[in-house]
Design a protein around this ligand. Structure first.
Ligand SMILES: C[S@@+](CC[C@H](N)C(=O)[O-])C[C@H]1O[C@@H](n2cnc3c(N)ncnc32)[C@H](O)[C@@H]1O
Length: 272
């Protein structure tokens, strides 16, 4: 059971006026500080101690809803170095890779850490996430994002897995073996297949995420030509999300939708 909103906690304020605008602000609460925006200001002390879901008023009388951010909301606001995975793709990857509590998962590259955070939460305290990234400046951003999520968000849950960050090139080899899952979000995943073949246990799942048709074609061809005895391709997917709005008798999809962002390629390691 989550407690009342506390000091030093990352929370989200949702503007309730004007109706339908719903702008969100993520803030780190600090006793004695103020949050200012275009419609007035609010003392952090007025937020500390309220129940999640309560409403506070700005100095100009505008209501703001106090909520803890979801993982998806946190990811959309967090600092980015590299392009991060969209929440819709992260959701699908967690299911298609069948990430379970206690799993040993390797991912590359860490990027800004969006997928790393989701994996750490899904593998729970008995699990382990090993994350390769070749650029130190991205690794630093990821570390800050991961620390903020698990350190400042009560909704993060208290049972994250063990994290091992590695600065290195996944194309040059993988040190680990007997992995349950491997997730590759790098531009040429076919260059890591030889290493994954040795690192993934029989029955383990490989998921690759690539944005373009040429990449998915090259990955599929390489699997077919060189790895037929080691992997079985289970499917190639893309996920589209279209929001709907309902206002009185007007019910319709929104004009904009997030459709193609990338292909999710899933294969299983065979016993060979
Ligand atoms: C698209 S980003 C990953 C985003 C990440 N999944 C996230 O959700 O924040 C790709 C990352 O892979 C890294 N990368 C590319 N090739 C790599 C390689 N061979 N080994 C390790 N990291 C690599 C890049 O530096 C970049 O940070």
């Amino acid at each position: 059971m989550l407690k009342r909103i506390g000091d030093d906690e990352l929370i989200q304020l949702l503007e309730l006026e004007p109706k339908g605008r719903g702008r969100r602000h993520q803030i780190l609460l600090r006793a004695g500080s103020y949050f200012s925006y275009s419609r007035g200001k609010v003392a952090h002390d007025d937020i500390i101690g309220v129940e999640e879901g309560a409403t506070v008023n700005s100095s100009l009388g505008d209501p703001l809803l106090v909520l803890r951010p979801t993982l998806g909301e946190y990811i959309s606001e967090m600092r980015k170095g590299s392009q991060v995975l969209y929440a819709k793709d992260i959701a699908a990857i967690l299911i298609l890779a069948d990430i379970f509590p206690g799993a040993r998962v390797l991912e590359a590259g860490t990027g800004s850490g969006a997928l790393t955070i989701a994996l750490l939460r899904a593998v729970c305290s008995d699990g382990e996430v090993i994350s390769y990234e070749r650029r130190s400046e991205f690794q630093e951003i990821a570390v800050r994002n991961i620390e903020t999520f698990f350190g400042k968000m009560r909704s993060a849950g208290g049972s994250a897995g063990k994290l091992i960050l590695k600065q290195g090139d996944v194309y040059e080899g993988i040190d680990e073996c007997e992995l349950d899952r491997v997730i590759l979000d790098v531009s040429e995943p076919w260059r890591a297949l030889h290493s994954v073949e040795h690192a993934l246990r029989p029955g383990g799942i490989l998921v690759c995420y690539v944005p373009t048709v040429l990449q998915i074609y090259k990955l599929s061809r390489r699997m077919e030509l060189r790895y037929e005895r080691s992997f079985r391709v289970m499917g190639i997917y893309e996920v589209g999300v279209r929001e709907w709005e309902i206002k009185g008798r007007s019910m319709r999809p929104q004009h904009r939708a997030i459709v193609h962002t990338g292909f999710i390629f899933v294969a299983r390691r065979l016993y060979s």
